[in-house]
Write a protein that binds this ligand. Structure first.
Ligand code: SF4
Length: 382
């Protein structure tokens, strides 16, 4: 199959790691618990000097690119910044980014408070919370540094978020890492009870050399089966919550375009800025080998222009990594839906990234079920 991608020139997303430490210690975390130690050499928080340099770079892009791009504030845990640092950061960003440029914060939910949300509301910054499901599902992996479950505090944080006068804007959604041993019906019902405006489900990190947790082999479909059960509940719910990953797959099967990397044929231009200002590759690559998210010639926003970096051959080469190279993917009839999955899931010690996704069997299982569903509804698919 000829491999044509849809490429929309220009920056899509800047993921900014505003804090390098976390107040909890999820056992599956790729930042701290998968062999990479870069975080330990970084300052705890992005300094005002780095924030100023980043904002100058962003202003240059705003002035030269027609489409708007989004900012995602990440960590570690971004709310560890505290009120004063958070206010400085958000104010600095909003000085250069007009209101219609989306800014969001991805948080573990432990430090959500009304004063913190007031600052987010003032600068039009939405909040997405990581939570994996009901108590037993969530507490299995998302624990404190003393191995205590974080569920109660996270739900308390979500309830504060829901109760805020600006909740309609602030409460962006939930992010859940799938445990294939959990019950998808229970997980879905729980997220409905939390009145989540949308939920993004992620497969666990892993690759051909180190299989994802609870995946027995590359031909087993634990994650795919879990997603098929979720699809079933989703399709039959007259008042469903929004599930981004299923929506994107359904859309791409009907000839549409996905909204996020890891699926479909759209090349996204995403840069990561580390806490010290270094421009990095997608930080989930940390789960493959130590330093996999570093460019050969690392640049820092304090000395280099992001705009120039976006036009560089090195960035172009990195962006092209989104396209799978393995012949199985290139000849796959579902490439336009699966896209070869996330780059990190293609890695093996022997072949580097030249493999299908470690979730290939899961994806094929899921796409088949979605096709069947669309056919049941007499919807045309490609
Ligand atoms: S990972 Fe598997 S399903 Fe996805 S494009 Fe490659 S061969 Fe197809």
């Amino acid at each position: 199959m000829a491999f044509e991608t849809r490429f929309d020139p220009g920056l899509d997303t800047v993921l900014v790691k505003v804090a390098s430490r976390c107040n909890i210690n999820c056992t599956y975390c790729y930042v701290y618990n998968m062999g990479d130690d870069n975080w330990s050499h970084l300052e705890k928080f992005m300094t005002p000097e780095t924030i100023d340099a980043l904002c100058s770079s962003l202003a240059e892009i705003v002035a030269s690119q027609r489409k708007c791009f989004s900012i995602v504030l990440h960590g570690g845990e971004p709310f560890l910044l505290g009120e004063a640092r958070l206010r400085f950061l958000l104010r600095s960003l909003r000085v250069v980014l007009p209101q219609h440029y989306p800014i969001s914060i991805q948080t573990n939910g432990m430090l959500i408070s009304i004063p913190i949300l007031n600052i987010c509301s003032e600068y039009k910054v939405s909040v997405a919370v990581s939570i994996d499901g009901p108590e037993a599902v969530h507490n299995k992996y998302r624990v404190t540094h003393n191995d205590k479950g974080t569920f109660d505090q996270v739900v308390a944080g979500i309830n504060i978020l829901k109760s805020h006068t600006d909740a309609l804007f602030l409460y962006a959604g939930l992010l859940a890492v799938i445990d294939p041993l959990s019950d998808p019906v229970e997980v879905y019902q729980f997220f409905k009870e939390l009145e989540a405006p949308s939920v993004d489900f992620l497969y666990k990190d892993g690759n051909h050399t180190k299989l994802p947790l609870n995946k027995a082999s590359i031909i087993s479909v634990e994650y795919g089966s879990w997603m098929v059960q979720l699809l079933e509940i989703y399709i039959n719910d007259p008042y469903p919550i929004k599930i981004r990953v299923l929506d994107d797959m359904i859309k791409s099967l009907m000839g549409g375009i996905v909204t996020k990397e890891g699926l479909g044929l759209t090349d996204f231009a995403i840069v990561i800025v580390d806490t010290d200002g270094t421009i990095m590759k997608n930080d989930t690559l940390k789960s493959t080998y130590n330093g996999a998210d570093k460019f050969d010639q690392p640049l820092n926003v304090k000395e280099a222009s992001l705009l120039e970096f976006l036009a560089s051959a090195e960035f172009d080469e990195y962006r092209k990594m989104q396209r799978p190279t393995n012949s199985k993917c290139l000849n796959c009839p579902e490439l336009h839906v699966c896209g070869g999955g996330m780059i990190l899931n293609r890695w093996s010690r022997e072949n580097g990234f030249d493999n299908p996704s470690v979730y290939c069997a899961d994806q094929l299982h899921l796409v088949k079920a979605i096709r069947k569903t669309l056919a049941n509804y007499d919807l045309q698919h490609v």
